[in-house]
Design a protein around this ligand. Structure first.
Ligand code: HAM
Length: 418
């Protein structure tokens, strides 16, 4: 038996929900254009190596969540769990490292094998912004203010920007040593996963969802104390610029983000209106990623926003399902050809038209009203003979003399257009 429900953690999108997604996506595109970001589309699957090292072997995504399989040629393939590594891969494969900076927007589905719940799906949609090739803090400020602008254009209220810095490599190595020393003292209280993280990547412990790990993290050393001067100054400039732009933020010293590719700035916009999955949008700087993937050393910063989460929030968007302008009702089978020809004429004049052929005339008229059509055009024998159609104005008052008219094609088109 064919299973008719979609796979757990995936959904069919239609009607209002789909229109809502599309409306948000087009605001994202408009905002991106205002900031000089050009669209890019990458394949939905990539060679697995595009993700494993860049995201980090100890990250939840690589460790537990990727949809990875061998294709028929024996290549290890992964459905993209995120868009940053694919965009960086594409910039290299398309030879775009010669034309920097690259400002790109990527929109589309991503796949992670996570436990589904409200705001968390196995196929979900991201709007991803990547600015590649700018070393200075201006790029960080640009992408953060663009995120802020995008959310306010949609009308998202109550979102809070959480901000932190991971510093440069030197700062992180010093911090790593301090973290190892701290967690070694409490090793027996750490979750099994975090004991592995302690060996491979102790910073990841700060991102653990385990309650005991979280309790230990409260008293863990803070990265702030291990930042070298240049890293602190870099972060300071970003904070000052955000203040100047009137963008409020909250410094969150435990914010490390889920992938290994980040350095310096990391940030998230969270909304208390979302429940447990409260991160709407997250991103940061990833200067080492391109080099790690075999390319040149390349500064970069960006973010991704979860469309499914955004669509759960109350926004200013007014979404309505489009309704046909005219419903054409042929009296019997003989007039169906005439109905098809009339519908084509109307559509050529940009008047949306549907032909209704099922059940009796009364029911079809009711169906036209239910669809929200403005006019019903009835075609019977006489109409075909005279070339004049009975046009019912479905929105006119009962006693209006325009409630029912006899019109030929040209008059019908100009009547509707007026
Ligand atoms: P991320 O934090 O893993 O970052 O994902 C960004 C956003 O995608 C999250 O804030 C959330 O809204 C949404 N999201 C993630 N997982 C799910 C899920 N299972 N269901 C629904 N929504 C989800 C990244 O993906 C990075 N590539 C962001 C980035 C771009 N960093 C630099 N450039």
């Amino acid at each position: 038996m064919t299973k008719l429900q979609p796979v757990r953690g995936t959904r069919d999108l239609l009607d209002l929900r789909l229109l809502h997604y599309k409306a948000i996506q087009s605001i994202a595109d408009e905002t991106a254009t205002l900031y000089g970001y050009a669209p890019i589309e990458t394949p939905i699957f990539e060679y697995t190596s595009v993700f494993t090292k860049p995201l980090g072997e100890t990250s939840d995504i690589v460790g537990k969540e990727m949809y990875t399989f061998n294709d028929r040629g024996g290549e290890s393939i992964t459905l993209r769990p995120e868009g940053t590594a694919p965009v960086v891969r594409a910039i290299m494969s398309e030879g775009l490292t010669q034309t920097l900076p690259q400002r790109r927007i990527l929109q589309g589905p991503m796949f992670r094998y996570e436990r589904p719940q409200k705001g968390r799906y196995r196929q979900f949609y991201q709007i991803s912004i990547e600015c590649v090739g700018i070393t200075t803090y201006h790029a960080d400020v640009e992408v953060i203010s663009m995120a802020h602008d995008f959310l306010s254009r949609i009308g998202v209220k109550n979102s809070v920007l959480h901000l932190n810095t991971l510093g440069d490599m030197e700062s992180r190595l010093n911090y790593r040593t301090a973290l190892i020393a701290y967690f070694e003292q409490h090793k027996e209280k750490l979750s099994e996963d975090s004991r592995i993280r302690l060996e491979k990547n102790p910073l990841r412990i700060l991102d653990s969802k385990d309650p005991d790990d979280k309790a230990l993290c409260v008293k863990a050393p803070k990265l702030n104390a291990y930042l070298n001067t240049s890293s602190s100054e870099f972060f300071e400039k970003i904070c000052l610029a955000l203040k100047a732009l009137g963008i409020k933020y909250h410094i969150d010293e435990n914010l490390v983000r889920g992938m290994d590719y980040y350095c310096h700035t990391v940030f998230e916009f969270k909304s208390a209106d979302l429940g447990a999955q409260d991160t709407l949008l997250g991103g940061g700087r990833y200067d080492g990623l391109m080099e790690q993937m075999g390319g040149p050393s390349m500064p970069a910063v960006g973010w991704a926003c979860g469309l499914d989460r955004l669509a759960l929030l109350k926004t200013d968007l007014k979404i309505t399902i489009p309704t046909p302008i005219a419903c054409i009702i042929p009296f019997s089978e003989e007039q169906e050809k005439e109905a098809m020809i009339l519908a084509q004429h109307l559509r050529t004049a940009n008047i949306s038209s549907e032909i209704l052929t099922q059940s009796n005339i009364g029911k079809r008229l009711k169906a036209a009203v239910k669809k929200g059509a403005l006019y019903a055009v009835i075609i019977g024998e006489d109409e075909v003979k005279t070339g004049k159609y009975t046009v019912k104005d479905l929105k006119a008052k009962e006693d209006s003399f325009e409630k029912e008219l006899l019109l030929d094609i040209e008059s019908l088109i100009s009547h509707v257009q007026n």
